[in-house]
Design a protein around this ligand. Structure first.
Ligand code: PLP
Length: 383
């Protein structure tokens, strides 16, 4: 049985070069970077080197990079910190297809008296920019719109969004957890105020992330305690993981152009192969610009969970948008927001590739999928 990992939007393997870079900081260099003595000093230098490497990936100034524990923390820090700095009642504009790491703090802020606006998307997962213009026109606001969607890979036009939000005097945060390392990001030319990234989505370990905070952005400190991260995020730095994230960003920066094209070709081969060999299939988000590594395909009339189970039996790891809540299998909020019909929404499967994915793996999935789909359709009351 083969082992094919096509669930890289959930998490990625840690690159061997990243492990190698981290190891000395788990053995010889274990000092606290805040310490005055040389144990701390030698470690602190490596934290700053990592900061510079992360900054280089998005063309930021290193002083604008704040290390956090994950993408979720970065999103919470941006939203809660900016909301507290702006004051109760401030309008916060987001979309219905954000990750829960954005939607949950927004809903929490709503309970605290903030005015939350959630923008919808069309059938291909794209945002109506005129609705955004209207939402930000009322006065100073905070906007949080993701760069790329984790489930469908649909990319939002963040440069255009930034022009609209900044033109209206708003503060813009973007969740770039899925975009970072897969798409070029340049905060020097795109007027974003804050941007979230997560290590484990780009071949660094779980448990480290960053929030980019443009100089001058008003942000109330979210994590209170010591003076680490220039007073912006208390807590002793997770040095090995920070060093690992720096290395992962360096690797991503050096291969992004080549890998974008290569991975997109593999994704397209997978997509067209599955569409040709399985009837009644729809690519969710097909009409929109998408991440090079992601395809979300609905196999109509069958359950995503059942497909995943059989794929897993064949050694293939993918993911479905459904979440098993209170005993019923509900399609994901992203697929629902796109208005995907019931018979398609339940059978949606996300395949997400990485720079380690190969043509052989793609062909293995194309070969193993049709019998799984045929078998499940035989049993389906809807087919
Ligand atoms: N935002 C997006 C778009 C994600 O895909 C994820 C994780 O899947 C997160 C935020 C949360 O990141 P983390 O797992 O590092 O907390």
């Amino acid at each position: 049985m083969k082992n094919v990992y096509f669930d890289n939007n959930a998490t990625t393997c840690v690159a061997p070069e990243v492990v190698e870079a981290m190891l000395p900081f788990l053995t010889d260099y274990w000092g606290n970077p805040s310490s005055m003595h040389h144990f701390g000093g030698q470690v602190g230098r490596h934290v700053e080197e990592a900061r510079a490497k992360v900054a280089a990936l998005i063309n930021a100034d290193p002083s604008e990079i704040v290390f956090t524990s994950c993408g979720t923390e970065s999103d919470n820090m941006a939203l809660v910190g900016a909301a507290e700095a702006a004051g109760k009642g401030t309008r916060i504009v987001t979309t219905r297809v954000e990750h829960p790491a954005v939607l949950s703090p927004c809903r929490h802020l709503k309970e605290l008296g903030y005015d939350i606006v959630e923008l919808g998307v069309d059938a291909s997962g794209q945002l109506d920019l005129s609705a955004l213009r209207k939402a930000v026109a009322a006065g100073p606001c905070i906007v949080s719109i993701m760069w790329a969607n984790n489930e469908t890979g649909v990319i939002f036009p963040i440069e255009e969004i930034a022009q609209i939000v900044k033109g209206a005097g708003g503060v813009l945060h973007t969740d770039a957890v899925q975009a970072a390392g897969k798409l070029p990001i340049d905060v020097a030319t795109t007027p974003i105020d804050m941007l979230s990234m997560s290590g484990h989505k780009l071949h660094a370990p779980k448990g480290v992330g960053i929030l980019y905070v443009r100089k001058g952005t008003k942000l109330k400190t979210f994590m209170l305690g010591g003076h680490q991260e220039s007073g912006r995020r208390a807590g002793t730095e997770n040095v090995p993981y920070i060093v690992g994230l720096g290395k992962a960003c360096e690797l991503a920066a050096s291969s992004i152009d080549e890998e974008r094209t290569r991975v997109a070709a593999l994704r397209d081969r997978l997509e067209s192969g599955l569409l040709a060999s399985c009837t009644d299939t729809i690519v969710n988000g097909a009409g929109a610009p998408r991440l090079p590594n992601t395809t979300n395909i609905s196999f109509q009339f069958i359950e995503g969970e059942a497909i995943l189970y059989h794929l897993s039996d064949a050694g293939v790891a993918a993911s479905s948008g459904s979440a098993c809540t209170s005993g019923s299998l509900e399609p994901s909020h992203v697929i629902r927001a796109m208005g995907v019909p019931f018979t398609s929404a339940h059978g949606s499967i996300r395949f997400s590739l990485s720079r380690y994915s190969t043509e052989e793996e793609v062909d293995y999935v194309i070969e193993h999928m049709p019998p799984i789909v045929a078998k499940l359709r035989e049993l389906s009351p809807f087919a």
